[in-house]
Design a protein around this ligand. Structure first.
Ligand code: TXA
Ligand code: MG
Length: 339
C-alpha cells in the first residue's frame, strides 16, 4: 500500500473523512500525539489498526468524539463525575473510562464492558470527526512498543506502507498521551497519567483521585492490569535505557565512570556541556510540560544517532512529570539506579 502524507486543507480533510467512512485507516495529529483513526463502530476497520501497529488484541482503544451529544450510544451512562471532568477538561488530553454503549464494536474495547472516551482539542481531529460524522478509535500512531510519534515524519517512519493517509498537522503540543481515568469506582482512579494531573482533577471533583500502582511500579507477575496497556513493554527505543536517580553531580560522575562508545546521556536542557558523552536533552528540569513535549522525540533521536546505551536523568514523579516518569521508566524496562 502506498502511504500519502498530505498537508491539512479542506481537500485532505474531506479525503480523510471519506476513507474513515469506508472503513479505512487515517493517521492524524492530536494535541497529545499522532493517532491512527478508524470508525469505532466498525469491527473490521478497527482490526486493521491492530494489524498496522502489531498491537496485542487485548489492549482496548480510545474512542474520540467532538461533542457531548456524540456520547449517546458510545457509553451507556455518563456518571456525574464524568460531566464535571468534561466541563473542566474537554476538549483536551483527558480520557474517561465509562460503561460501554451498544454502538461501539467489541473489537474497539477488546471485549471489555467499558470504553475509554476522549474529546480532543486539536482542530484537525475535530474537523475530521465533524466532516466524517464518525466517532473514531485512535491509538497512538507508533508500531506497538515504540515511542508514540509527535509529528508526521515519525508517524511515516512507523506506518509507511501500512495505511493510505497521514495528515501532517505539525508537531503535537503536549507530547505524551492523554490522562486515562476510570470514573465509575468508589473513587476515580488514574490508569495512565498525562497532561491533566491528579491535583487538577481533585480540585474539580472535591474528592480523592487514586493512582493505579502500575503507573509508577512494575506489575507483579500474574497481576491483572486495570489498564491493559500498562502490562506491555512500551515507549522503548533500540538502546538500553537506565534511569540514574540522584543529584546532577552524582549523575555526571556515574556517566563518567560508564563512558564507552555507543553510550549517550538523556539529560535536561543546558546540562550537555558538563557531560563526557554525546547528549540528547528532553526539556527543562522540574518543568513537566517541557519534559513531556520533548520526551518521545528525544527517545527517537537517540535511535537515529545509533545510541546503544543511554543513561537518563530522572524526572520528578508528581504533576505533569508523573506522565513523563511513567513513560521513561517503561522505556527503561524499570531499570533505575540510585546514585
Ligand atoms: O492521547 C491519547 O490518548 C492518544 C491520542 C491518539 O488520542 N491515544 C492513545 O491511545 O494513547 P493508546 O491506544 O495508545 O492508549 C490507550 C490506553 C491504553 O493504555 C489502554 O489500555 C487504555 O488506554 N484503555 C483504553 N480503553 C480502556 C478501558 N476500557 N479500560 C481501561 N483502559 C483502557
Ligand atoms: Mg500507545
Amino acid at each position: 500500500m502506498k502511504t500519502q502524507v498530505l498537508p491539512v486543507n479542506e481537500e485532505s480533510i474531506a479525503l480523510a473523512a471519506n476513507l474513515l467512512r469506508q472503513g479505512e485507516l487515517v493517521a492524524l495529529p492530536t494535541e497529545t500525539v499522532y493517532g491512527i483513526a478508524a470508525d469505532a463502530r466498525n469491527g473490521e476497520a478497527v482490526k486493521k489498526i491492530f494489524e498496522a501497529k502489531g498491537r496485542p488484541q487485548d489492549n482496548p482503544l480510545i474512542v474520540h468524539i467532538c461533542g457531548m451529544e456524540m456520547l449517546e450510544g458510545i457509553v451507556s451512562e455518563v456518571p456525574d463525575r464524568a460531566r464535571k471532568l468534561a466541563d473542566a477538561f474537554w476538549p483536551g488530553p483527558l480520557t474517561m473510562v465509562m460503561p460501554k454503549g451498544p454502538e461501539v464494536s467489541p473489537v474497539t474495547c477488546a471485549g471489555l464492558d467499558t470504553v475509554g472516551v476522549r474529546m480532543p482539542s486539536h482542530p484537525v481531529v475535530q474537523a475530521v470527526i465533524r466532516a466524517s460524522g464518525v466517532a473514531f478509535a485512535a491509538p497512538s500512531a507508533n508500531l506497538s512498543g515504540k515511542p508514540s510519534p509527535t509529528n508526521a515524519a515519525d508517524t511515516l517512519t512507523d506506518m509507511d506502507g501500512r495505511l493510505p493517509l497521514i495528515l501532517d498537522g505539525g508537531e503535537s503540543a503536549v507530547g505524551v498521551e492523554s490522562t486515562v481515568v476510570a470514573v465509575t469506582g468508589e473513587h476515580p482512579m488514574i490508569l495512565r497519567p498525562g497532561y491533566v494531573t491528579r491535583e487538577q482533577m481533585e480540585q474539580v471533583l472535591g474528592e480523592p483521585v487514586l493512582i493505579s500502582h502500575a503507573i509508577l511500579e512494575k506489575l507483579n507477575d500474574g497481576e491483572v492490569a486495570r489498564s491493559p496497556g500498562m502490562k506491555y513493554k512500551h515507549y522503548a527505543p533500540k538502546a538500553e535505557v537506565t534511569i540514574v536517580k540522584g543529584s546532577f553531580s552524582a549523575y555526571t560522575e556515574y556517566v563518567r565512570q560508564h563512558t564507552a562508545p555507543g553510550v549517550w546521556a538523556l539529560c535536561f536542557d543546558g546540562e550537555e556541556a558538563a557531560l563526557p558523552v554525546p547528549c540528547v536533552s528532553y526539556g527543562r528540569e522540574n518543568d513537566g510540560a517541557s519534559e513531556a513535549h520533548r520526551l518521545f522525540t528525544a527517545l527517537r533521536e537517540l535511535d537515529k544517532n545509533g545510541a546503544r546505551v543511554v543513561y537518563a536523568r530522572c524526572p520528578r514523579s508528581d504533576g505533569v512529570s508523573m506522565a513523563v516518569y511513567n513513560r521513561l521508566i517503561r522505556a527503561a524496562a524499570f531499570r533505575v539506579v540510585e546514585v
